[in-house]
Design a protein around this ligand. Structure first.
Ligand code: SAM
Length: 402
């Protein structure tokens, strides 16, 4: 067995022992939404525009026990969904989850689950418009080979959403992983034993120990389940990234970096906005150096999440008044609390609407049956074009090109 086969076998064994995520199965459809799994919202985030079609194909690469797949199926009723994973056990739970929740039963286009390493994605027929690969690539023996394999299945103009670990905020985790492995000795690879050793360590170390404190402060809520504890502390394969190595991975994919899907974290203003001189110095930084500066100054970062695209991906910024006046607006499907003057936006942040914004949204809400342009809807409302741009930037409305 080659090294990389041995790693894959060890990873499959971990997830067959402790399928992840251990979210309980439910007889209800997945609650709320996650906009990253909603094609229209994700596409609008990346391009500024509502996509022309929702008749798409989605690949969930490394679906685990299917918490994300359940959303992908439920939030994209017109999409064919294919979910693959290395672990048979995780896949069995994923199928059961999507059956039990009702997302699958209510879904007309095909949904398929397949046991397959994502490195072999080329064997899947056709291309995909949206590929979701969350929490997987960093567990591969060769993540670059993995990202290339899934990138090759992305349709032109398609989006790839990736989540991988960041090294700076996982420092304490890495130390604990190594300590557990040393204490396990020849039992390494026995995952229940690793969990036992890890839990005993946390119980035994002094209260003010740095690893204990970080576990309590940051992770203990999720780690009370052994599956999550094992995924974090007893993993046989984990590669953590920094901005430099992250962009080596991205560049190897041969795709376009569209942006982080948690853009708030990547605003330098939130760290240095009180100091205009430092902000001015940062002006000349390249994007990548600015990202690096941010992670250095806020090393709490535990993961990167971002969208890549296969060109061509046209971006619409709506700076052109004429184009904006002719756009067809609708309320974003990811807004919660409508109709109301106080809403939750796509990130569940509270938005207080002005009177003019509220009136405009009331018109947008009825804009499904007989699509009307921004220009026409603005006639009776005292909202400016910049007001419409602001609603679009905050993802409260989707704009479609006519
Ligand atoms: C941390 S879980 C993430 C599951 C899911 N994506 C989520 O975010 O909830 C990692 C999953 O990736 C799967 N996996 C690891 N290596 C893989 C590979 N080479 N091909 C396909 N799946 C893989 C594991 O079996 C496991 O189910």
């Amino acid at each position: 067995m080659s090294d990389s086969q041995a790693i894959s076998a060890a990873v499959a064994k971990l997830y067959n022992t402790f399928p992840f995520p251990p979210d309980p199965l439910s007889d209800q459809l997945p609650p709320g939404y996650n906009w990253r799994w909603h094609w229209q919202a994700a596409y609008a985030f990346c391009t500024g525009r509502k996509p022309e079609t929702s008749l798409i194909r989605i690949l969930d690469a490394g679906c685990g026990t299917g918490s994300g797949t359940d959303y992908l199926i439920h939030l994209n009723p017109e999409a064919e969904v294919v979910a693959i994973d290395l672990s048979e056990k995780a896949l069995a739970v994923a199928k059961e989850r999507c059956e039990r929740s009702g997302s699958w039963a209510n879904h007309e286009p095909p949904v398929t689950f397949e046991a397959m390493p994502l490195q072999q994605a080329s064997e899947l027929p056709g291309e995909f418009d949206l590929i979701n690969c969350v929490g997987v690539l960093h567990h591969l023996p060769d993540p670059i080979a993995g990202i290339k394999a899934i990138a090759s299945k992305l349709a032109p103009g398609g989006l790839l959403h990736i989540f991988v670990y960041a090294e700076l905020g996982r420092w304490e985790i890495r130390l604990m992983q190594e300590a557990i492995a040393l204490l396990q000795g020849s039992e390494r690879g026995n995952y229940p034993d690793g969990v036992k050793v890890g839990r005993a360590l946390f119980d035994t170390l002094p209260e003010d120990n740095r690893l204990v404190q970080q576990e309590k402060r940051r992770w203990s809520m999720e780690n009370h389940r052994d599956e999550a504890f094992a995924d974090m502390y007893v993993h046989p394969q984990e590669i953590d990234y920094n901005i430099k190595t992250l962009f080596e991975l991205i560049d190897a994919a041969g795709l376009q970096f569209v942006g982080f899907s948690n853009p708030q974290f990547w605003q330098l203003e939130r760290l240095l906005g009180d100091n205009p001189e430092l902000m001015a110095r940062a002006q000349s930084l390249s994007d990548r150096d600015r990202f690096r500066t941010i992670e250095l100054l806020d090393p709490s970062l535990t993961h990167y999440e971002f969208f890549l695209a296969r060109p061509p991906l046209e971006i619409t910024d709506w700076s052109d008044d004429e184009a904006l006046l002719n756009a067809i607006p609708e309320i974003s499907p990811c807004v919660d609390g409508w109709p109301g003057r106080t809403l939750f936006d796509y990130n569940y942040q509270i938005v207080n609407l002005s009177e003019a914004e509220f009136e405009f949204l009331e018109l947008c809400a009825t804009n499904q049956t007989q699509p009307t342009t921004v220009g026409e809807l603005l006639e009776p409302v005292a909202l400016t074009l910049d007001g419409v741009r602001s609603l679009q930037k905050r993802q409260i409305i989707l704009l479609a090109s006519p």
